[in-house]
Ligand binder design. Structure first.
Ligand code: ADQ
Length: 469
């Protein structure tokens, strides 16, 4: 395979071989693809400088080269906190009520995509395969084409693609999708997001769609558009479970919950994850089945994220209030029904927490995929597995029909399914888990990487759009 250039908003520098908790997940998979094929991972360093210089910081660690640039404060405000996370993120998660349509944000987004294109250009060699990640960088392919790059370029969207009726509320929506169609391949998490994208291309752009070949053609340029559901780094995750850290974490939950069932939620503190709605559902469970209060301890792990954005500050306040209300009403001297923890843990610790919890509660209002659902299933004891309660609005629901699928907006539905999970007999728990684990094990992140890169490699480079040659 040709050399690989990975481009994403942020770069994960690989940990040295043998380092404690060596990298897994998406970062681990991309790093191993880079190690295998050679190449470079380019992105923002996460640092700010007073004025943008375009200076590239190149590092080599554990056989992988990373190249990063610093951005200036206005870039971070308008591109990262602005257009990416206050316009595209809420809109693509169907939260038009939280979506901000500020001209400055759009301009900042365009500017930073230009800056990415200009900075990465000297690192690209003619035969390289380029793989761009996520909503921060949708116009990047077009910007590279404008600079004469004819390489194969793939793009993967980690979040949902919204229905056309929502998407058209975005000013300049057409420009964004026309830019996207300069990629040779566009990957989505599920068929549902792919369908929405295809619908838009047909209806709003009059693009030609070949359903059999999965291609969209506009202005003589053909793009492969397919669903590639992402998975976890199964082997790495299981190896983490086999550590003392994981066993200690298991003990911490087990010893502190004693005769009660531990139910766990692990999410970034983000409004798309449905956390207040989840707590509402737990409150409804306690109201509906008061005799069961003593049977259940809910552990919610939610490290803060994107704290410079107001909607994220608000969700934190709302969640603290709701948790406080329920604990205030339901606690006893030796019983606190909800433990709300505002921090992150290592993968090994999460493994132990998942395994000690007989119910996994994963109830986003909308989610591209959701890897916590898959991690929860992977961490279970095959002899005595726990029950996964999963939102039907997570991309993962399409792959995990044997979870208890719920409507996260309905407190009654959540309450009812928590009771079903609590009382589910061992035989049913095993049957469901045995079906769930097949997908989690097989559809892992290494397969995902191979599928996308395999399809990308098979594409014949094309002439520039509208060039007529
Ligand atoms: P996220 O929205 O971040 O990802 P998710 O898929 O659930 O959502 O991945 C979260 C990851 O962070 C998991 O591996 C989880 O273990 C970890 N994590 C969460 N809370 C943690 C904590 N307290 N401590 C340590 N680790 C924690 C986006 C999209 C998803 C999509 C992924 C991958 O929003 O829909 O599945 O990208 O494509």
């Amino acid at each position: 395979m040709s050399r690989l250039v990975v481009i994403s908003n942020r770069v994960a520098v690989p940990k040295a071989r043998g380092a404690a908790g060596a990298q897994g997940g998406l970062a681990g998979a991309l790093n191993s693809a880079l190690k295998q094929n050679g190449g470079v991972w380019f992105g923002w360093s996460g640092q700010e400088v007073e004025a943008f210089t375009g200076a590239i910081n190149v590092q080599r660690s554990d056989g992988v080269t990373t190249a990063t640039i610093d951005l200036e404060p206005q870039d971070v405000d308008e591109y990262y906190n602005g257009y990416a996370n206050s316009t595209l993120w809420p809109l693509f998660h169907y939260r038009i009520d939280l979506t901000q349509y500020e001209q400055e944000f759009g301009k900042g987004y365009e500017r930073v995509n230009e800056r990415f294109a200009e900075s990465v250009l000297p690192l690209i060699e003619p035969e390289d395969t380029i793989w761009v990640h996520d909503y921060h960088l949708m116009p990047l392919g077009e910007r590279l084409r404008a600079r004469g790059i004819r390489n194969r370029i793939g793009f993967f969207l980690h979040i949902p693609w919204p229905p056309t009726r929502l998407f058209v509320s975005l000013p300049f929506h057409e420009r964004l999708v026309r830019a996207l169609l300069h990629y040779d391949l566009i990957g989505f998490q599920t068929e549902e997001w792919l369908e929405s994208f295809i619908h838009y291309c047909r209806k709003e752009l009059g693009a030609e769609v070949d359903e059999e070949r999965c291609t969209v053609t506009l202005d003589g340029r053909r793009t492969l558009a397919r669903a590639y559901p992402i998975g976890i780094d199964y082997d790495h995750f299981m190896a983490q479970g086999d550590t003392l850290t994981a066993r200690n974490a298991f003990q911490r939950v087990d010893a502190s919950t004693r005769n009660r069932t531990a139910m766990i939620g692990v999410d970034r503190l983000d409004y798309s994850k449905g956390l207040p709605e989840r707590v509402e559902g737990i409150g409804r469970f306690f109201d509906t089945y008061p005799e069961r209060t003593k049977d259940l301890v809910f552990i919610q792990i939610a490290p803060p994220s994107r704290e410079d954005i107001r909607s994220y500050q608000q969700i934190r306040t709302v969640l603290e209030q709701k948790t406080g209300q329920i604990n205030g009403a339901r606690s006893d001297i030796d019983l606190v029904p909800i433990r709300y923890v505002n921090r992150g843990y290592s993968t090994a610790e999460l493994f132990g927490f998942y395994r000690a919890s007989k119910i996994g509660l994963v109830t986003p209002l909308r989610d591209g995929m959701n890897l916590v659902a898959k991690e929860y299933v992977a961490a279970q004891d095959p002899e005595d597995p726990g029950v996964l309660i999963l939102s039907r609005f997570a991309g993962a629901a399409l792959q995990m029909p044997d979870a208890l699928l719920v409507n996260p907006y309905s407190p009654d539905d959540l309450a009812h399914n928590i009771r079903l999970a609590l009382d589910m007999p061992l035989a049913e728990r095993r049957e469901r888990w045995e079906r769930l684990i097949v997908n989690v094990r097989e559809q892992n992140v290494l397969r995902w990487t191979e599928a996308i890169l395999g399809d990308l490699e098979a594409i014949e480079p094309q002439p520039a759009a509208g060039s007529g040659s």
